[in-house]
Write a protein that binds this ligand. Structure first.
Ligand code: THU
Length: 159
């Protein structure tokens, strides 16, 4: 029997449609993107995470001459967050990625490994993390949880 899965997401038309907190996260993700260390792909990604205590943690992708040793912006950011604030919930995660010198771009969703890592912290904190992925121009997609981007996900309940 063939079945269908439904995922939901919100398409936010532009920056002005964001509330003040979301605008701040967009700005921070875009700003930290400038710190990306991506001499191999020249693809620069910035990430901003809002914690329940109001702090915003940011990070960028970090590449390595031994390519697989590099890390995406999302995991750089959430691993640092989890290491430093192990008991503080993550509420929202914003990501903006584009080629280094691009002036315009499309929204770049988190890669599969980052989705899996974000899922781990959602499960740990027993609360969804809202995911936003945006273009440089302010076109934004939003999901209420990483589960919307990772159907049939593997988590500790199977172990
Ligand atoms: N990258 C991220 O930082 N996040 C993603 O979700 C996708 C890819 C980085 C990894 C690498 O440094 C560059 O973008 C090209 O793949």
């Amino acid at each position: 029997m063939e079945k269908e899965l439904k995922i939901s997401f919100e398409a936010i038309r532009n920056y002005d449609s964001l509330d003040d907190t979301e605008k701040k996260l967009f700005d921070e993700a875009k700003k930290i993107r400038e710190n990306a260390y991506a001499p191999y792909s020249h693809f620069h990604v910035g990430c901003a995470v809002l914690l329940e205590n109001g702090e915003i943690i940011t990070g960028s992708n970090q590449e390595n001459a031994a390519y697989p040793s590099g890390l995406c912006a999302e995991r750089t950011t959430i691993f640092w967050t989890a290491a430093n604030f192990p008991n503080v919930k993550m509420k929202k995660l914003f990501v903006i990625g584009a080629p280094k010198d691009a002036l315009s771009s499309t929204p770049i969703p988190p890669c599969g490994s980052c989705r899996q890592s974000i899922l781990e912290y959602e499960a740990k904190q027993q609360e969804g993390i809202e995911i936003y992925f945006a273009s440089l121009d302010g076109e934004i997609f939003k999901t209420k949880s990483i589960r919307d981007l990772l159907p049939f996900s593997f988590d500790s309940s199977y172990l």
